[in-house]
Design a protein around this ligand. Structure first.
Ligand SMILES: Nc1nc2c(ncn2[C@@H]2O[C@H](COP(=O)(O)OP(=O)(O)OP(=O)(O)O)[C@@H](O)[C@H]2O)c(=O)[nH]1
Ligand SMILES: [Mg+2]
Length: 361
């Protein structure tokens, strides 16, 4: 039996993981088996921890993006098919990745047609970032990172404006018209993972169509590489101990303090995520590009918790490391102790895809 493969891209913080979780829930309610694949330049992912906490089958491709490690991605698909026999696999590429039609969708169609049915490529866009970008501004990003944002939209078979619950209907409808006119050929609509608006209609569309990857980008890899390289990347995991610590306050204070530090340095925020896991309970916190802080769930209070931090911010990775370390130390104070389980900071390297097709399969 063929597995449906649904690739959902879009810039850092666009709402990919949240929508994928809602999608998985929706499909599982219909009796479908669903598995997910997450992706990052380094291991220790908030997204994987979050989805696993929700009881989903998750494979992770880390250390490289899907396009630069196509065998790793193909292997993750193979393992999931063997172990979980899913009807649908949903994959989330790294939010700073582009050119996925040429480097992922076409090779999948060519080499895995016996196993997979690839759905139209969906690209998500958060109206808060998209609105200034549509006006020719950089949406708080370096111009080369904004170039990636634009290229991502250019290759979507489907473009979804996310977080519809958070914006006015009129404003969104105007934005939708603009995006539809500029990215002709893409189906553009709006969704909210929070309220479920638009999710069923989008799924109905992408799970029944098979015209995946209709467009190939004309993309300048020098600008693309620089747009990724301006983002410092940090993934860290800590075991934090302290008597009856309020973990929700810990997560909130850490993200608030980080936001002030990044603002003071005029460093554009890609996305900063923190998950604090305390046994069966967890809190997840996100710092968006516009500095908006969101906290979901609760980790309650206890003597020990695992803390995973993923930060993508426009600053040198060494400086990002210094800032995050010093704010973690400040939050620990003299009442908490830490044990560093993993800590990695890096500047993404030049994208060097395993495959790059110059014709649509
Ligand atoms: N109001 C609202 N917020 C949302 C919605 N979907 C996602 N968010 C918020 O947007 C932020 C980013 O969401 P994620 O799903 O982590 O975004 P992502 O695209 O997976 O981010 P990266 O993996 O870092 O690229 C979080 O604070 C979410 O709570 C939505 O439908 N409505
Ligand atoms: Mg994500």
């Amino acid at each position: 039996m063929k597995t449906k493969l649904l690739l959902v891209g879009g810039f850092l913080g666009a709402g990919k993981t949240t929508l994928l979780w809602e999608t998985a829930r929706f499909l599982m309610k219909q009796g479908k088996k669903v598995a997910l694949i997450t992706n990052d330049q380094a291991p220790e992912l908030v997204d994987s921890a979050l989805l696993q906490n929700e009881g989903l089958e998750v494979a992770e491709v880390s250390g490289s993006c899907f396009c630069c490690n196509f065998p790793g991605f193909a292997n993750a698909i193979k393992e999931l098919r063997l172990n979980a026999a899913p009807d649908v696999i949903i994959a989330e590429p790294v939010g700073s990745c582009a050119d996925l039609s040429a480097t992922i969708i076409q090779p999948l169609k060519k080499f895995y047609q016996a196993d997979l049915e690839v759905a139209p490529f969906t690209v998500l866009a958060d109206p808060a970032r998209l609105t200034p970008i549509m006006k020719g501004d950089n949406g708080g990003l370096h111009q080369d990172a904004a170039y990636i944002y634009h290229k991502q939209l250019e290759e979507g078979d489907v473009i979804l404006l996310t977080k519809a619950d958070a914006y006015s209907k009129d404003g969104l409808d105007q934005l939708l018209l603009k995006v539809t006119a500029e990215f002709a050929g893409a189906n553009v609509s709006k969704v909210s993972a929070q309220t479920g608006e638009g999710v069923e209609a989008w799924l109905e569309d992408v799970l029944t169509r098979t015209d995946a990857g209709k467009r190939l980008l004309d993309i300048n890899y020098d600008i693309y590489a620089h747009g990724e390289a301006v983002l410092g990347w940090l993934n860290g995991t800590l075991l934090v101990k302290g008597v009856q610590t309020d973990w929700d306050a810990f997560a909130k204070n850490l993200l608030t303090a980080l936001d002030s530090q990044f603002k003071a340095r005029h460093a554009g925020i890609g996305h900063v995520k923190v998950i604090v896991e305390n046994g069966q309970q967890y809190i997840v916190g996100n710092l968006a590009g516009d500095g908006k802080l969101s906290l979901r769930h609760s980790a309650g209070s206890s003597d020990e918790a695992k803390v995973i931090i993923n930060a993508r911010v426009e600053m040198a990775p060494e400086e990002l490391d210094r800032v995050v370390r010093s704010e973690v130390t400040a939050q620990l104070g003299d009442k908490l102790t830490e044990n560093v389980l993993a800590w990695k900071y890096l500047q993404p390297g030049r994208p060097n895809p395993t495959h790059r097709f110059d014709v649509v399969v």
